[in-house]
Design a protein around this ligand. Structure first.
Ligand code: BES
Ligand code: ZN
Length: 632
């Protein structure tokens, strides 16, 4: 079996100890061993300016003030640097940061330059610092007002309506708009932070809070956080607002605005059970607490796996826990993504595909086989739909890609998950689970590549030449399309719904059983009815199934999408209300796309709505819609 030069460079960070920042609390004293970096060619991150083999950041200590009136994050970042003796330049990533001054530990100025900003793609500019023999440096800076990681909400954009709110979204390369560090998933760093914020706001971060907030006597409080495990910097996150906490289990809990907290709690009340199930599958949860924050609806994603503090959209709350596969997903990232991390974003499937598989296993353990099979069948339908659109062999449908993935969740997430389901199916669950557990254990707190994943399977899982042939591993990982050995979902998962779909297609019989179906079954039905429907049929479906009045935003989205695709006028005000209420890109982008695709009918509507809603969206959502509405 072929050996790949995916060499781990492990450097002892003996210097990191002498140069611990002074501002911190306990300042990660344990960090005598810096996390390894990869040096193989396929592990080179083209989206960073950093040259980690020459000089790299091992610890970040932030001391920042949140000024809501000025929409300004300002203060300092103290970086511990690991570098060869003769290395005298440190290169960081920066996108719009306003650097005031950079000094060494004796307070002497260090010269620096900010290179040219790459306009497209958010890579930003290199911040090159002449560090000389300094191995601890301090950067005084502030983030630009329009830092694309950050969203500042007015009180009107919160559910309480009284206090402002701030949250960040770092993945993939947005944190360089508010933190000056090496912003690459393969360069892990421990971090700590002191954050000051006006009363009565609370601050949470993706690190463990240290003690109680300190009252500064000037209407502000200081909060301290520590992440003593090395993490990729895209996982540093902050949220601040009028928020309360409610405990779920001994190590789990949820934060939300007071008026949202009870519903949020009800929806995620199974989380402790999910952590127990996840540990039984793939080993100890290594991060201490698992808390979540349910953010205002402007949050651009369903969820984000920020360590010890998953960020969630409130739009997943349905009242029946039917969308909390989302929680299982973000929790699973505590292994796939946060413990073992894609070294480059073209290998996102290592984070998202493995997580989507793991998510499905948690769902099975907590909610049973039927629900897991139905959710897997929805994923499979998504793969087939996208491959149908772009072509079964279209480039860009390989798991390992050169650039960023553009096919939504179908490839990195769903094809990734079906890869692992297929392997599980061939080698058996017992052997597969043992293999995946050792993958997490052996690469914990380290970056990984597709080649490493392949090599590890060949070495530690595959038992014979014959099995290797049956698995088609390289085809799965490196070739486009869906390999012929794919483990198709059980066709009986949706037998009742699929029969109802064909009845509807033939005779427009609206299924009387619909109200009693699971959310996955309802979604399957709405996904499968004919694409072209006259207004009379849409009205009949809406009335009979209560589509516009559903409390499930996933179902409301499917309804609005099919209604707008058919230029159904009565849905326009509903769509407008929805697009004004939610900022989740997965909902907002496709609805604007559908309107745009409707030419003279939809484009003016899209433009009129967007003129009102654009300011309410996070930069991630805005960038997506801008692109749609700028297209000809
Ligand atoms: N890590 C992702 C969110 C993400 C992906 C942010 C790429 C930036 C770039 C998160 O874990 C995720 O996958 N969220 C999904 C959840 C769903 C698949 C259950 C989402 O937001 O919809
Ligand atoms: Zn994910």
């Amino acid at each position: 079996m072929r050996r790949i030069a995916a060499t781990l460079t492990i450097l002892l960070a003996t210097t990191a100890c002498q140069t611990m920042p002074q501002s911190g609390t306990s300042a990660a004293e344990g960090a005598t061993l810096a996390a390894p970096i990869l040096t193989s060619p396929e592990a080179v991150d083209t989206l960073t300016y950093a040259k980690p083999q020459i000089a790299r950041v091992t610890h970040v200590a932030l001391d920042l003030d949140l000024d809501f009136a000025a929409r300004r994050v300002a203060g300092s970042a103290q970086l511990s640097v690991l570098a060869a003796k003769d290395a005298d330049e440190l290169i960081l990533d920066s996108n719009g940061l306003l650097i005031e001054r950079i000094t060494d530990s004796a307070g002497r100025d260090l010269a620096f330059t900010v290179g040219e900003t790459e306009v497209e793609g958010g890579k930003g500019a290199p911040l090159s610092i002449a560090i000389g023999d300094a191995r601890s440096i301090r950067i005084d800076y502030r983030a630009p007002q329009d830092a694309s990681a950050l969203q500042w909400l007015t009180p009107q954009q919160t559910s309480g309506g009284e206090h402002p709110y701030l949250f960040s979204q770092g993945q993939a390369i947005l944190n360089r708009t508010w933190i000056p560090t090496q912003d690459s998933p393969g360069i892990r760093q421990t971090w700590e932070a002191r954050i000051t914020a006006p009363k009565p706001l609370d601050v949470v971060m993706s690190g463990v809070q240290q003690g109680e907030p300190e009252d500064l006597g000037d209407g502000r409080r200081a909060f301290r956080f520590l992440m003593d495990k090395p993490v990729p910097p895209y996982l540093i996150a902050i949220a601040a607002g009028d928020i309360d906490f409610k405990a779920i289990g001994p190590r789990t809990g949820v934060w939300a605005e007071p008026s949202v907290l009870e519903n949020a709690y009800q929806e995620v009340a199974d989380t402790e059970e999910m952590v127990v199930a996840a540990e039984a599958l793939y080993g100890e949860y290594r991060w201490g607490r698992y808390d979540m924050i349910v953010l205002p609806p402007a949050f651009p994603y369903g969820g984000m796996e920020n360590p010890v503090m998953t960020f969630l959209t409130p739009t997943f709350i349905a009242g029946d826990r039917s969308n909390n596969g989302l929680v299982a997903h973000e929790l699973a990232h505590s292994w796939s993504g946060n413990l073992v991390t894609n070294a480059v974003w073209g290998d996102s499937w290592l984070n998202e595909g493995v997580t989507t598989y793991f998510e499905n296993r948690i769902v099975e353990a907590v909610y049973g086989k039927k629900r897991a099979q139905q959710e897997a069948a929805l994923m499979f339908a998504n793969i087939e739909e996208v491959l149908g659109e772009v072509g079964a062999d279209a480039p860009g449908t390989a798991l390992s890609t050169e650039g960023e993935y553009e096919l939504g969740s179908a490839i990195a997430y769903d094809k990734g998950a079906f890869f692992l389901l297929t392997v599980e199916n061939i080698v058996g669950r017992e052997r597969f689970d043992a293999w995946l557990r050792q993958w997490f254990d052996n690469h914990a707190f380290e970056p990984a590549t597709s080649e490493m994943f392949y090599e590890d399977m060949m070495e530690n899982l595959v038992a014979s030449e014959r099995e290797a042939k049956a698995l088609m591993l390289r085809e799965w990982i490196f070739e486009p399309g869906l390999p012929s050995n794919v483990a198709k979902p059980d066709p009986s998962a949706f037998s009742e719904v699929d029969a109802a779909v064909s009845d509807y297609a033939r005779m427009q019989t609206i299924p009387a059983a619909y109200p009693g179906w699971t959310a996955a079954e309802q979604m399957r039905f709405l996904d499968s009815v004919p694409a072209e429907l006259p207004a009379s049929q849409l009205a009949a479906l809406d009335t009979a199934l209560g589509l516009s009045d559903t409390g499930n935003n996933e179902i409301l989205f499917l309804w609005l999408e099919m209604a707008l695709e058919n230029r159904y006028e009565p849905a326009v005000p509903q769509a407008e209300e929805f697009l004004a209420r939610v900022g989740r890109a997965k909902f907002v982008r496709p609805l604007f796309q559908v309107l745009w695709d409707q030419g003279d009918w939809g484009r003016p509507v899209a433009q009129r709505i967007y003129a009102k809603t654009r300011d309410n969206y996070h930069s991630v959502t805005r960038a997506g819609v801008d692109r749609i509405l700028a297209a000809e």
